[in-house]
Design a protein around this ligand. Sequence first.
Ligand SMILES: *Cc1c(COP(=O)(O)O)cnc(C)c1O
Length: 421
Amino acid sequence: MQTQILERMESEVRTYSRSFPVVFTKAQNARLTDEDGREYIDFLAGAGTLNYGHNNPHIKQALLDYLSSDGIVHGLDFWTAAKRDYLETLENVILKPRGLEYKVHLPGPTGTNAVEAAIRLARVAKGRHNIVTFTNGFHGVTMGALATTGNRKFREATGGIPTQGAAFMPYDGYMGEGNDTLSYFEKLLGDNSSGLDRPAAVIVETVQGEGGINVAGLDWLKRLEQICRDHDILLIVDDIQAGCGRTGKFFSFEHAGITPDIVTNSKSLSAYGLPFAHVLMRPELDKWKPGQYNGTFRGFNLAFTTAAAAMRRYWSDDKFERDVQRKGRVVEDRFQKIAAWLTDQGVPASERGRGLMRGIDVGTGDIADKITAKAFENGLVIETSGQGGEVVKCLCPLTISDEDLIEGLDILEASTKQAIG
Ligand SMILES: *Cc1c(COP(=O)(O)O)cnc(C)c1O
């Protein structure tokens, strides 16, 4: 495989190609193919961007039909038929059946664009600067979003410019089991000399993706919503990774029965790996003045088309979400087995997650790296997350076949035994 030009010209900032140093050429659903014709099962799936698999044939057909009809591809924020169809589908298939009413802001096409827009909207709407975020949270790496991201690696890469406007609270479980982290937050809010500036909003992931598959309890999320209501704070759920079905419901917050004021989606929103993001907001929060927040790529018509096709195909009834939950249990059972085996070998490990967003915490990044490197040798693409990279995480396509799911889990189990045994 010819990799010289890739190594020579692409910036050192590259990451995933270090773990998976082959040249990929093709992909279909949960399988990637490299230039030598070798196949890999994909448990990374674009870090949760390919929930509907690579080149999903139903979604691809909608895209091809749109392209061959000379549909508008770029139109700034023009009204287009594709945009109208997207909004109609979002409202009728996703929002109304869930009793949700939101307006839609289309910012730039990446997750961090959506987070920037969401926190800025909260500040404009409330006239306050402070955003409360949580330990191990990941919300993107542009300056505003970075202020709400915990990871030191990203925070130190600003050339010394301080990030501003955010305060960190301990996430559920951060202080160990039985320690109620929201009581701490509530105490600070109620104390006029706690030093916590009154927040405009709280931003939270219901399951922290990059932060290590940390799962917020459903009661914890309900209580967080109540605290926000009691103190006139907006609740932003960053559903960029956990949304679009990953946890077994379209929105990850559905499990807790809460209604955020603002929601961010990106990653799997286009359903085809096309760059796309939106911010959902309660209608009365739409305090933007015309053109006050702009950008060249505001809503991508190809992504409107693919996103709407996926919503119609997978979310018109509850068949798909039940299937995701079933596959989630398959992964959970196997991860528990692998964690128990590791623990028996003197490597204390545990599994956690919700739906098909699952991980095995193996204690250290070194051990996790050994396992994922061995897995790649054996034909499985799988990554780590967590503050020290100690969690081996499964983000396989939700559409993965049962055969590929079992084969991927078999490879992971065998690779763990080879790496540790
Ligand atoms: C990936 C991610 C982001 C950032 O999205 P980008 O497209 O990489 O900017 C923000 N929040 C969460 C929860 C994410 O997983």
